[in-house]
Design a protein around this ligand. Structure first.
Ligand code: HEM
Length: 186
């Protein structure tokens, strides 16, 4: 994945746990650089190794690290040079998710080797959507849960996100349920 992603992992760990923990994690992951080049593609294995090493150092399962990272990514990405793309992608969780493929297509203009995910939003009444997530990569469903929760925080919407159907031999994508707190008519 592009260096931008590893930079976000680094920044999250530095902020939450300090430089010594970051040094331990990156060494454990076999990462020689202290920082990453935003526009440079790195092997996916490096990002997975950073998550594994963070899991070992912090005593939390990799899924919990990925979920936390997803929540953080929404705040992090808004502060980058691409923050304007996030502003243009909508003002609600639903609209934003529906625009996510366009957002990544725009990101791909700057990052030509981007291998972005794809999302499909299936409305299910006023308070619920199904969200399908297609990816070339494995194991990132907890990241998506954190990302959608991060969007809930961004738009101040109270939501519950759960993995309804994991990707497997019979299902081409992970499918999540996103439930919105019922709107009051008062
Ligand atoms: C301006 C904001 C954003 C930027 C610049 C951005 C950029 C990126 C980049 C560089 C990658 C790594 C892919 C690669 O290097 O091949 C990535 C992956 C990913 N992004 Fe975004 N992104 C943004 C916002 C979002 C948001 C808001 C979400 C979800 C709510 C999201 C969901 C994902 C997911 C799930 C992946 C993992 C890739 C995979 O499944 O294969 N991104 N994005």
């Amino acid at each position: 994945m592009y260096g931008l992603v590893n930079q976000a992992v680094r920044k999250l760990i530095l902020h939450e746990h300090g430089p010594e923990t970051w040094a331990t994690i990156r060494r454990q992951a076999g990462c020689e650089d202290d920082d990453f080049v935003t526009m440079q593609p790195y092997p996916d294995e490096l990002t997975y190794a950073l998550v594994e090493a963070a899991s070992a150092a912090l005593g939390a399962p990799p899924e919990a690290i990925l979920r936390e990272f997803g929540r953080y990514w929404v705040r992090f990405a808004a502060e980058t040079a691409y923050g304007h793309l996030m502003k243009a992608a909508g003002n609600s969780v639903r609209d934003f998710l529906a625009n996510l493929d366009h957002l990544h297509a725009r990101v791909g203009l700057s990052f030509p080797e981007l291998r972005p995910p794809q999302f499909r939003v299936i409305p299910e009444g006023p308070n619920r959507i199904r969200l399908q997530y297609f990816s070339e990569r494995a194991g990132l469903a907890p990241f998506v849960i954190g990302l959608v929760e991060g969007l809930g925080q961004r738009f101040n919407e109270s939501i519950q996100v759960s993995l309804a159907t994991p990707r497997d031999q019979d299902h081409a994508c992970d499918e999540f349920l996103v439930e919105f707190a019922a709107r009051s008519n008062a």
